[in-house]
Design a protein around this ligand. Structure first.
Ligand code: PGA
Length: 260
């Protein structure tokens, strides 16, 4: 795992956006896996800025989002589909037909999840998957105890995640309890995982994920087994990492051809 520690949130977001820009510039028909939550908002705004400057063309890009709340339709203001529309899709030249999302209103959820997996395969697999991490170590909405081989399916949120996401809904009781999420196994098949974590609240999960034991108790820890995984953190989220000096050393000594 490559671990990039930036002093500030803004610099961590910039590094993440630059990695995404490089991917799209190298392969205009990139299949992106996308994440929601507060962490990627700054990254999306940087990507929109790059698009406005003419540096990024999304016309051939396809996207698959990680997750969606069960019971919220795409137009619901708190749906992740609406979030993506507001922060990225509505602001760049992406083709609507290339946007893929779990359907929170699906009547046959298992069949819908199987189709979502099939759609990812049909698109040729995900080239670059943007990820966040929950305080308890979820990726997507794969909460602790998720099978590390899981596929897209329904999950029940932990009380902690309900609490963390209540700010978007205006109260814990309004947060749906169920979600559809890409599985840990689905995420592990993506060609490059790019996880951004910022703020002290993520420090413990980040340290366990990168330096702790691989365990379903912290699903993000399986990323230690991913062949191409980049973790970008700000100084606050890096606080509990033991080998910070070494990670800085690696970054400072990176060959030029590996830099973004
Ligand atoms: P956050 O969520 O960015 O809102 O902290 C991250 C996540 O749950 O993956």
């Amino acid at each position: 795992m490559e671990i990039i520690i930036k002093p500030t949130v803004a610099e961590a977001q910039q590094e993440t956006a630059k990695i995404m820009r490089r991917q799209i510039q190298r392969k205009p028909e990139t299949v992106l896996g996308l994440a929601t939550g507060s962490t990627p908002i700054g990254v999306y705004s940087l990507l929109v800025g790059m698009h406005e400057k003419g540096e990024l063309d999304f016309s051939k890009v396809s996207t698959f989002n990680l997750d969606e709340y069960v019971g919220l339709d795409a137009k619901h203001p708190w749906s992740y589909r609406a979030f993506m529309e507001a922060h990225l899709f509505g602001k760049v030249n992406i083709e609507k037909s290339r946007i893929h999302f779990p359907d929170g209103m699906a009547t046959d959820i298992p069949a819908h999840c199987a189709n979502y997996e099939a759609d990812i395969r049909r698109a040729g697999g995900i080239d670059l998957q943007l990820l966040g991490i929950g305080r308890e170590g979820h990726i997507g909405f794969n909460e602790p105890s998720s099978s590390l081989a899981s596929r897209t399916r329904i999950k029940t949120l932990t009380p902690q995640t309900v609490k963390d996401n209540a700010r978007f809904f205006g109260g814990e009781e309004l947060v749906p309890r169920h979600v559809i999420t890409m599985g840990v196994g689905t995420i592990m098949e993506t060609r490059h995982c790019l996880l951004l974590a910022t703020g002290e609240g993520k420090a413990e999960a980040v340290a366990r994920m990168a330096e702790g034991a691989i365990t379903a108790d912290l699903p993000a820890s399986i990323l230690q087994m991913h062949p191409v995984c980049t973790l970008v953190v700000d100084a606050a989220a890096a606080k509990e990492l033991k080998r910070c000096e070494y990670y800085h050393w690696v970054y400072d000594n990176k060959p030029d051809w590996q830099r973004v």
